[in-house]
Design a protein around this ligand. Structure first.
Ligand code: HAM
Length: 425
Protein backbone atom coordinates (compact mmCIF):
# COMPACT_ATOMS: atom_id res chain seq x y z
CA UNK A 1 0.00 0.00 0.00
CA UNK A 2 1.31 3.44 -0.87
CA UNK A 3 1.01 5.82 2.05
CA UNK A 4 1.53 9.57 2.44
CA UNK A 5 5.20 10.45 2.79
CA UNK A 6 6.42 10.75 6.42
CA UNK A 7 5.73 14.19 7.82
CA UNK A 8 3.22 15.01 5.07
CA UNK A 9 -0.40 14.52 5.96
CA UNK A 10 -3.85 14.46 4.50
CA UNK A 11 -6.42 16.92 5.80
CA UNK A 12 -9.81 15.27 5.72
CA UNK A 13 -13.37 16.42 6.34
CA UNK A 14 -14.77 17.34 8.79
CA UNK A 15 -11.42 18.84 10.02
CA UNK A 16 -11.06 20.84 6.80
CA UNK A 17 -14.00 22.95 8.04
CA UNK A 18 -11.66 24.25 10.77
CA UNK A 19 -9.09 25.22 8.14
CA UNK A 20 -11.71 27.04 6.09
CA UNK A 21 -12.95 28.82 9.21
CA UNK A 22 -9.41 30.03 9.98
CA UNK A 23 -8.66 31.07 6.41
CA UNK A 24 -11.88 32.96 5.93
CA UNK A 25 -11.43 34.82 9.26
CA UNK A 26 -7.87 35.68 8.19
CA UNK A 27 -9.07 36.98 4.82
CA UNK A 28 -11.71 39.13 6.55
CA UNK A 29 -9.15 40.59 8.94
CA UNK A 30 -6.62 41.20 6.13
CA UNK A 31 -9.32 43.05 4.20
CA UNK A 32 -10.08 45.30 7.17
CA UNK A 33 -6.38 46.26 7.36
CA UNK A 34 -6.14 46.76 3.58
CA UNK A 35 -3.83 43.83 2.82
CA UNK A 36 -4.04 42.16 -0.59
CA UNK A 37 -3.13 38.65 -1.63
CA UNK A 38 0.09 37.58 -3.31
CA UNK A 39 0.79 34.06 -4.60
CA UNK A 40 4.39 33.14 -5.28
CA UNK A 41 5.70 29.82 -6.67
CA UNK A 42 6.29 26.88 -4.34
CA UNK A 43 9.60 26.21 -6.11
CA UNK A 44 12.34 28.85 -6.09
CA UNK A 45 16.06 28.94 -6.83
CA UNK A 46 18.01 27.50 -3.89
CA UNK A 47 20.17 30.63 -3.78
CA UNK A 48 17.16 32.74 -2.81
CA UNK A 49 16.88 30.99 0.56
CA UNK A 50 20.62 30.67 1.11
CA UNK A 51 20.98 34.44 0.76
CA UNK A 52 17.89 35.48 2.74
CA UNK A 53 17.17 32.90 5.45
CA UNK A 54 20.95 32.36 5.78
CA UNK A 55 23.40 29.51 5.10
CA UNK A 56 24.09 28.88 8.80
CA UNK A 57 20.44 28.52 9.85
CA UNK A 58 18.93 25.10 10.60
CA UNK A 59 16.46 25.65 7.78
CA UNK A 60 19.05 26.13 5.04
CA UNK A 61 21.80 23.90 6.43
CA UNK A 62 19.68 20.81 6.98
CA UNK A 63 15.96 21.13 6.38
CA UNK A 64 15.40 22.14 2.77
CA UNK A 65 14.03 19.91 0.01
CA UNK A 66 16.54 20.75 -2.67
CA UNK A 67 16.94 19.04 -6.02
CA UNK A 68 18.75 19.46 -9.25
CA UNK A 69 16.37 20.27 -12.07
CA UNK A 70 17.87 19.08 -15.32
CA UNK A 71 16.69 17.84 -18.66
CA UNK A 72 18.15 14.97 -20.65
CA UNK A 73 20.36 17.01 -22.94
CA UNK A 74 24.08 16.86 -22.20
CA UNK A 75 24.23 20.62 -22.54
CA UNK A 76 21.61 21.12 -19.84
CA UNK A 77 23.68 22.03 -16.77
CA UNK A 78 20.66 21.99 -14.53
CA UNK A 79 19.68 24.33 -11.78
CA UNK A 80 19.43 23.86 -8.02
CA UNK A 81 15.83 24.36 -6.93
CA UNK A 82 14.15 24.20 -3.52
CA UNK A 83 10.62 23.71 -2.22
CA UNK A 84 10.05 26.92 -0.30
CA UNK A 85 10.66 26.53 3.46
CA UNK A 86 9.03 29.93 4.07
CA UNK A 87 7.44 32.69 2.00
CA UNK A 88 9.11 35.99 2.95
CA UNK A 89 12.03 35.39 0.58
CA UNK A 90 9.65 34.72 -2.33
CA UNK A 91 7.63 37.86 -1.58
CA UNK A 92 10.75 40.04 -1.46
CA UNK A 93 12.03 38.43 -4.67
CA UNK A 94 8.69 39.25 -6.33
CA UNK A 95 8.82 42.80 -4.91
CA UNK A 96 12.20 43.31 -6.61
CA UNK A 97 11.38 41.43 -9.82
CA UNK A 98 8.15 43.35 -10.44
CA UNK A 99 9.44 46.70 -9.17
CA UNK A 100 6.61 46.85 -6.67
CA UNK A 101 8.29 49.86 -5.02
CA UNK A 102 6.85 51.94 -7.87
CA UNK A 103 3.44 51.30 -6.30
CA UNK A 104 4.41 52.61 -2.85
CA UNK A 105 3.88 50.72 0.39
CA UNK A 106 2.91 47.11 -0.25
CA UNK A 107 0.70 45.25 2.22
CA UNK A 108 0.59 41.65 1.04
CA UNK A 109 -0.71 38.40 2.49
CA UNK A 110 -0.37 34.75 1.51
CA UNK A 111 -1.79 31.39 2.51
CA UNK A 112 -0.01 28.26 1.38
CA UNK A 113 2.15 25.20 1.98
CA UNK A 114 5.81 25.35 3.06
CA UNK A 115 8.32 22.50 3.34
CA UNK A 116 10.96 21.74 5.95
CA UNK A 117 12.60 18.39 6.55
CA UNK A 118 12.22 18.52 10.34
CA UNK A 119 11.60 15.62 12.69
CA UNK A 120 7.81 15.22 12.61
CA UNK A 121 5.89 15.51 15.88
CA UNK A 122 2.69 17.13 17.12
CA UNK A 123 2.56 20.62 15.63
CA UNK A 124 5.58 19.99 13.42
CA UNK A 125 5.22 18.61 9.92
CA UNK A 126 7.34 18.47 6.79
CA UNK A 127 4.62 20.04 4.73
CA UNK A 128 2.84 22.68 6.78
CA UNK A 129 0.73 25.70 5.97
CA UNK A 130 1.46 29.31 6.72
CA UNK A 131 -0.85 32.30 6.72
CA UNK A 132 1.50 35.25 6.47
CA UNK A 133 1.72 38.90 5.61
CA UNK A 134 4.42 41.39 4.69
CA UNK A 135 4.47 45.19 4.76
CA UNK A 136 7.28 46.38 2.51
CA UNK A 137 8.11 49.51 0.55
CA UNK A 138 10.63 52.25 -0.08
CA UNK A 139 11.63 54.19 3.05
CA UNK A 140 9.67 57.23 1.79
CA UNK A 141 6.47 55.15 1.95
CA UNK A 142 6.78 54.92 5.74
CA UNK A 143 7.80 51.26 5.68
CA UNK A 144 10.32 51.80 8.48
CA UNK A 145 7.88 53.41 10.90
CA UNK A 146 7.23 51.76 14.28
CA UNK A 147 3.56 52.39 13.48
CA UNK A 148 3.77 49.59 10.90
CA UNK A 149 5.22 47.14 13.45
CA UNK A 150 2.51 47.96 15.96
CA UNK A 151 -0.24 47.73 13.35
CA UNK A 152 0.90 44.25 12.30
CA UNK A 153 1.00 43.07 15.92
CA UNK A 154 -2.38 44.58 16.73
CA UNK A 155 -3.83 42.91 13.62
CA UNK A 156 -2.56 39.55 14.87
CA UNK A 157 -4.16 40.08 18.27
CA UNK A 158 -7.42 40.92 16.49
CA UNK A 159 -7.27 37.77 14.36
CA UNK A 160 -6.57 35.50 17.35
CA UNK A 161 -9.42 37.13 19.28
CA UNK A 162 -11.78 36.66 16.37
CA UNK A 163 -10.87 32.97 16.21
CA UNK A 164 -11.70 32.65 19.90
CA UNK A 165 -8.08 31.88 20.79
CA UNK A 166 -7.11 33.47 24.09
CA UNK A 167 -4.31 32.33 26.29
CA UNK A 168 -1.65 33.60 23.88
CA UNK A 169 1.48 35.49 24.81
CA UNK A 170 3.19 37.99 22.56
CA UNK A 171 6.96 37.70 23.09
CA UNK A 172 8.67 40.81 21.86
CA UNK A 173 12.30 41.73 21.25
CA UNK A 174 14.48 44.03 19.20
CA UNK A 175 17.49 42.40 17.55
CA UNK A 176 18.86 45.80 16.50
CA UNK A 177 20.28 47.04 13.23
CA UNK A 178 23.19 45.35 11.39
CA UNK A 179 25.75 47.52 13.20
CA UNK A 180 24.34 46.53 16.61
CA UNK A 181 24.32 42.93 15.52
CA UNK A 182 27.94 43.08 14.42
CA UNK A 183 29.00 44.50 17.80
CA UNK A 184 26.87 41.98 19.65
CA UNK A 185 28.22 39.13 17.52
CA UNK A 186 31.78 40.02 18.52
CA UNK A 187 30.87 40.15 22.19
CA UNK A 188 28.98 36.88 21.89
CA UNK A 189 31.88 35.16 20.13
CA UNK A 190 34.22 36.21 22.92
CA UNK A 191 31.79 35.10 25.61
CA UNK A 192 31.38 31.73 23.90
CA UNK A 193 35.09 30.97 23.55
CA UNK A 194 35.72 29.71 27.11
CA UNK A 195 32.43 27.74 27.40
CA UNK A 196 31.72 26.40 23.91
CA UNK A 197 33.73 23.22 24.56
CA UNK A 198 31.03 22.13 27.03
CA UNK A 199 28.20 22.73 24.56
CA UNK A 200 26.54 20.48 21.94
CA UNK A 201 28.06 19.87 18.53
CA UNK A 202 25.60 22.20 16.78
CA UNK A 203 26.52 25.03 19.16
CA UNK A 204 30.22 24.46 18.56
CA UNK A 205 29.58 24.91 14.84
CA UNK A 206 27.30 27.90 15.43
CA UNK A 207 29.82 29.64 17.68
CA UNK A 208 32.10 29.87 14.67
CA UNK A 209 29.68 30.36 11.75
CA UNK A 210 26.96 32.49 13.34
CA UNK A 211 27.02 32.86 17.15
CA UNK A 212 23.48 34.27 17.34
CA UNK A 213 22.24 30.86 16.30
CA UNK A 214 23.23 29.33 19.65
CA UNK A 215 19.93 30.75 20.87
CA UNK A 216 18.15 28.22 18.58
CA UNK A 217 19.65 25.45 20.74
CA UNK A 218 17.08 23.21 22.45
CA UNK A 219 19.58 20.91 24.26
CA UNK A 220 18.66 21.14 27.99
CA UNK A 221 22.29 20.85 29.24
CA UNK A 222 23.28 23.91 27.18
CA UNK A 223 20.58 26.17 28.59
CA UNK A 224 22.37 27.27 31.81
CA UNK A 225 25.36 28.33 29.68
CA UNK A 226 23.15 30.18 27.19
CA UNK A 227 21.35 31.90 30.05
CA UNK A 228 24.60 33.60 31.12
CA UNK A 229 25.58 34.90 27.65
CA UNK A 230 25.42 38.67 27.00
CA UNK A 231 22.04 40.16 26.05
CA UNK A 232 21.23 41.93 22.76
CA UNK A 233 19.15 44.50 24.65
CA UNK A 234 22.39 45.95 26.05
CA UNK A 235 23.81 46.53 22.58
CA UNK A 236 21.06 48.48 20.77
CA UNK A 237 22.03 51.91 19.43
CA UNK A 238 19.92 54.98 20.14
CA UNK A 239 17.71 54.89 16.96
CA UNK A 240 16.95 51.17 17.47
CA UNK A 241 16.16 51.67 21.13
CA UNK A 242 13.83 54.54 20.25
CA UNK A 243 12.13 52.59 17.47
CA UNK A 244 11.51 49.73 19.87
CA UNK A 245 10.12 52.06 22.54
CA UNK A 246 7.71 53.56 20.04
CA UNK A 247 6.44 50.13 18.99
CA UNK A 248 5.81 49.31 22.65
CA UNK A 249 4.14 52.69 23.25
CA UNK A 250 1.59 52.13 20.47
CA UNK A 251 0.89 48.58 21.63
CA UNK A 252 0.19 49.90 25.13
CA UNK A 253 -2.07 52.61 23.70
CA UNK A 254 -4.17 50.08 21.78
CA UNK A 255 -4.23 47.63 24.67
CA UNK A 256 -2.23 44.74 23.20
CA UNK A 257 -0.24 43.10 25.96
CA UNK A 258 3.26 41.67 25.46
CA UNK A 259 6.25 40.41 27.36
CA UNK A 260 9.80 41.46 26.55
CA UNK A 261 12.13 38.56 25.79
CA UNK A 262 15.66 39.53 24.84
CA UNK A 263 16.57 35.90 24.11
CA UNK A 264 14.20 35.77 21.19
CA UNK A 265 16.37 35.96 18.07
CA UNK A 266 14.28 33.82 15.68
CA UNK A 267 15.63 31.06 13.49
CA UNK A 268 16.18 33.10 10.32
CA UNK A 269 19.03 35.49 9.60
CA UNK A 270 17.22 38.37 7.91
CA UNK A 271 15.74 39.99 10.99
CA UNK A 272 16.54 43.52 12.17
CA UNK A 273 14.94 45.47 15.01
CA UNK A 274 11.49 44.15 16.01
CA UNK A 275 11.28 40.35 16.34
CA UNK A 276 8.32 38.53 17.86
CA UNK A 277 6.49 35.29 18.44
CA UNK A 278 3.02 34.50 19.71
CA UNK A 279 3.09 31.40 21.87
CA UNK A 280 0.16 29.37 23.12
CA UNK A 281 -0.13 27.25 26.24
CA UNK A 282 -2.07 24.34 24.74
CA UNK A 283 0.53 23.47 22.12
CA UNK A 284 3.24 21.77 24.15
CA UNK A 285 6.80 21.79 22.80
CA UNK A 286 5.91 23.41 19.48
CA UNK A 287 4.25 26.35 21.19
CA UNK A 288 4.98 29.12 18.67
CA UNK A 289 1.74 29.74 16.82
CA UNK A 290 3.41 32.38 14.71
CA UNK A 291 6.59 34.34 14.33
CA UNK A 292 7.88 37.34 12.50
CA UNK A 293 9.74 40.58 12.56
CA UNK A 294 11.42 43.34 10.63
CA UNK A 295 13.90 42.70 7.79
CA UNK A 296 15.14 46.12 6.74
CA UNK A 297 18.18 44.94 4.76
CA UNK A 298 16.70 41.87 3.06
CA UNK A 299 15.87 43.50 -0.26
CA UNK A 300 19.41 44.84 -0.66
CA UNK A 301 20.91 41.45 0.14
CA UNK A 302 18.87 40.03 -2.76
CA UNK A 303 20.06 42.77 -5.14
CA UNK A 304 17.06 45.09 -4.71
CA UNK A 305 16.70 48.69 -3.57
CA UNK A 306 16.30 49.73 0.04
CA UNK A 307 12.92 48.34 1.11
CA UNK A 308 12.38 48.07 4.84
CA UNK A 309 9.72 45.56 5.75
CA UNK A 310 7.98 43.72 8.54
CA UNK A 311 5.88 40.59 8.46
CA UNK A 312 4.87 37.37 10.12
CA UNK A 313 3.80 33.84 9.36
CA UNK A 314 1.23 31.89 11.33
CA UNK A 315 1.66 28.12 11.46
CA UNK A 316 -1.85 27.23 10.35
CA UNK A 317 -1.50 23.61 11.51
CA UNK A 318 -0.75 24.89 15.03
CA UNK A 319 -3.47 27.52 14.93
CA UNK A 320 -6.01 24.81 14.11
CA UNK A 321 -4.75 22.76 17.11
CA UNK A 322 -5.40 25.77 19.37
CA UNK A 323 -9.02 26.27 18.26
CA UNK A 324 -11.80 25.52 20.68
CA UNK A 325 -14.47 25.14 17.98
CA UNK A 326 -15.34 21.64 16.89
CA UNK A 327 -15.14 20.66 13.25
CA UNK A 328 -18.70 19.30 13.39
CA UNK A 329 -20.10 22.57 14.69
CA UNK A 330 -18.49 24.43 11.79
CA UNK A 331 -19.53 21.98 9.10
CA UNK A 332 -22.76 22.75 7.33
CA UNK A 333 -24.84 19.60 6.90
CA UNK A 334 -27.17 19.37 3.88
CA UNK A 335 -30.45 21.24 4.14
CA UNK A 336 -32.29 18.55 2.30
CA UNK A 337 -31.85 15.00 1.12
CA UNK A 338 -33.76 14.26 -2.06
CA UNK A 339 -35.10 10.73 -2.21
CA UNK A 340 -36.24 9.72 -5.70
CA UNK A 341 -38.59 6.74 -5.53
CA UNK A 342 -38.94 4.48 -8.58
CA UNK A 343 -37.76 4.31 -12.14
CA UNK A 344 -37.27 7.52 -14.08
CA UNK A 345 -37.22 9.59 -10.89
CA UNK A 346 -33.44 10.31 -10.97
CA UNK A 347 -34.13 12.67 -13.85
CA UNK A 348 -36.86 14.52 -11.95
CA UNK A 349 -34.75 14.61 -8.79
CA UNK A 350 -31.82 16.11 -10.70
CA UNK A 351 -34.07 18.85 -12.09
CA UNK A 352 -35.43 19.71 -8.68
CA UNK A 353 -31.97 19.62 -7.06
CA UNK A 354 -30.75 22.06 -9.70
CA UNK A 355 -33.62 24.45 -8.95
CA UNK A 356 -33.06 24.31 -5.19
CA UNK A 357 -29.27 24.69 -5.41
CA UNK A 358 -29.77 27.84 -7.45
CA UNK A 359 -31.53 29.19 -4.36
CA UNK A 360 -28.46 28.28 -2.25
CA UNK A 361 -30.11 25.27 -0.68
CA UNK A 362 -27.52 22.59 0.21
CA UNK A 363 -28.82 19.44 -1.46
CA UNK A 364 -27.71 15.82 -1.23
CA UNK A 365 -29.13 13.76 -4.04
CA UNK A 366 -30.13 10.14 -3.50
CA UNK A 367 -30.76 7.45 -6.04
CA UNK A 368 -33.96 5.89 -7.38
CA UNK A 369 -32.65 2.39 -6.65
CA UNK A 370 -32.64 3.07 -2.88
CA UNK A 371 -35.70 2.16 -0.85
CA UNK A 372 -37.39 4.91 1.15
CA UNK A 373 -36.19 3.46 4.46
CA UNK A 374 -32.57 3.46 3.30
CA UNK A 375 -32.89 7.03 1.97
CA UNK A 376 -34.27 8.29 5.28
CA UNK A 377 -31.48 6.55 7.18
CA UNK A 378 -28.84 8.12 4.95
CA UNK A 379 -30.48 11.53 5.33
CA UNK A 380 -30.46 11.24 9.14
CA UNK A 381 -26.90 10.00 9.24
CA UNK A 382 -25.66 13.07 7.37
CA UNK A 383 -27.77 15.33 9.61
CA UNK A 384 -29.91 16.67 6.77
CA UNK A 385 -32.73 18.84 8.11
CA UNK A 386 -35.29 17.62 5.60
CA UNK A 387 -35.95 14.71 3.31
CA UNK A 388 -37.81 15.44 0.10
CA UNK A 389 -39.61 12.52 -1.49
CA UNK A 390 -40.09 12.41 -5.25
CA UNK A 391 -42.33 9.81 -6.82
CA UNK A 392 -44.63 9.70 -9.84
CA UNK A 393 -47.58 11.19 -7.94
CA UNK A 394 -45.50 14.13 -6.74
CA UNK A 395 -44.30 14.85 -10.27
CA UNK A 396 -47.85 14.72 -11.60
CA UNK A 397 -49.24 17.06 -8.93
CA UNK A 398 -46.07 19.19 -8.61
CA UNK A 399 -46.55 18.98 -4.84
CA UNK A 400 -43.86 17.18 -2.80
CA UNK A 401 -43.63 15.42 0.52
CA UNK A 402 -41.18 17.32 2.73
CA UNK A 403 -40.24 15.52 5.93
CA UNK A 404 -38.64 17.37 8.82
CA UNK A 405 -36.12 14.83 10.12
CA UNK A 406 -35.87 16.32 13.59
CA UNK A 407 -39.60 16.32 14.34
CA UNK A 408 -40.77 13.63 11.91
CA UNK A 409 -43.48 16.01 10.68
CA UNK A 410 -44.31 15.65 6.97
CA UNK A 411 -46.05 18.29 4.87
CA UNK A 412 -47.07 18.62 1.22
CA UNK A 413 -45.36 21.58 -0.41
CA UNK A 414 -45.92 22.96 -3.94
CA UNK A 415 -42.74 23.08 -6.07
CA UNK A 416 -42.49 26.89 -6.08
CA UNK A 417 -42.54 27.08 -2.27
CA UNK A 418 -39.94 24.39 -1.58
CA UNK A 419 -36.80 26.55 -1.40
CA UNK A 420 -38.41 29.07 0.94
CA UNK A 421 -39.84 26.35 3.14
CA UNK A 422 -36.51 24.52 3.43
CA UNK A 423 -34.61 27.69 4.26
CA UNK A 424 -36.85 28.85 7.10
CA UNK A 425 -35.38 27.53 10.30
P1 HAM B 1 9.17 30.85 11.20
O1 HAM B 1 9.27 31.19 12.63
O2 HAM B 1 10.23 29.99 10.63
O3 HAM B 1 9.10 32.23 10.40
O4 HAM B 1 7.77 30.17 10.93
C1 HAM B 1 6.59 30.81 11.31
C2 HAM B 1 5.63 29.81 11.94
O5 HAM B 1 5.41 28.72 11.06
C3 HAM B 1 6.13 29.18 13.22
O6 HAM B 1 5.88 29.99 14.33
C4 HAM B 1 5.28 27.92 13.28
O7 HAM B 1 3.99 28.22 13.81
C5 HAM B 1 5.11 27.57 11.83
N1 HAM B 1 6.03 26.47 11.48
C6 HAM B 1 7.34 26.53 11.21
N2 HAM B 1 7.83 25.29 10.94
C7 HAM B 1 6.80 24.43 11.06
C8 HAM B 1 6.64 23.02 10.90
N3 HAM B 1 7.66 22.23 10.54
N4 HAM B 1 5.42 22.48 11.10
C9 HAM B 1 4.37 23.26 11.45
N5 HAM B 1 4.44 24.58 11.59
C10 HAM B 1 5.64 25.18 11.40
C11 HAM B 1 8.97 32.34 9.05
O8 HAM B 1 8.69 31.42 8.33
C12 HAM B 1 9.07 33.76 8.55
N6 HAM B 1 8.97 33.76 7.07
C13 HAM B 1 8.01 34.64 9.17
C14 HAM B 1 8.12 36.04 8.70
C15 HAM B 1 7.36 36.66 7.77
N7 HAM B 1 9.00 36.93 9.13
C16 HAM B 1 8.80 38.08 8.48
N8 HAM B 1 7.82 37.91 7.65
Amino acid sequence: MIKAVRGMRDLLPPETALWNFVESAARDVFRAYNFREIRTPIIEETQLFARSVGEATDIVSKEMYTFEDRGRAQSDKGQSLTLRPENTAGVVRAYIEHKLWERGLQKLFYIGPQFRRERPQKGRYRQFFQIGAEVIGPPASGSESPARDAEVLEMLATLLDRLGIDNWTLQLNSVGCPADRARYNDVLKKALEPVVGQMCEDCQRRAVTNPLRVFDCKVPEDQPIIEKLPRISDYLDEPCRKHFEQVQGILQAVGVSFVLNDRLVRGLDYYTRTAFEFTHGALGAQNAILGGGRYDGLSESLGGPSAPGIGFAIGEDRLVLALTESAEALSRPPDVYIAPLGEGMNREAARLARELRRHDVVVELGDESFRLKRSLELASRMNARFALIIGENEIKSDVFALKNLATGEQVAVPRGELAGRIQTK
